[in-house]
Design a protein. Structure first.
Length: 91
């Protein structure tokens, strides 16, 4: 279900093999073809990748992550208020 222009078959194959090596994807073999399936839930994948992003690019600071988007005007005041309301509910 990739949009045009579709990446080369070898590119997709490489990415899927990397995801399999990292334990995110498994496969079933059918002769020379394979059917791939997720081994982790979307939420687990997001937790891992977002945690790594915050650690690697923002020194572990979620505040710096939010500031990054604020400075680039990718989060507006309405979004920020929504984040604050979510934080208040979680406490």
């Amino acid at each position: 279900d990739l949009s045009d222009p579709k990446p080369a078959y070898t590119t997709v194959s490489t990415i899927v093999r990397i995801l399999e090596r990292k334990g995110f994807v498994g496969h079933e073999a059918f002769g020379r073809s394979h059917r791939y399936h997720a081994l982790v839930k979307r939420e687990q994948y997001m937790d891992r990748t977002m945690g790594q992003l915050v650690r690697d690019h923002f020194g572990g600071s979620h505040k710096d992550l939010v500031s990054f988007f604020l400075e680039r005007k990718e989060i507006d005041l309405k979004d920020l208020e929504g984040l604050l309301n979510t934080l208040k509910k979680k406490r």
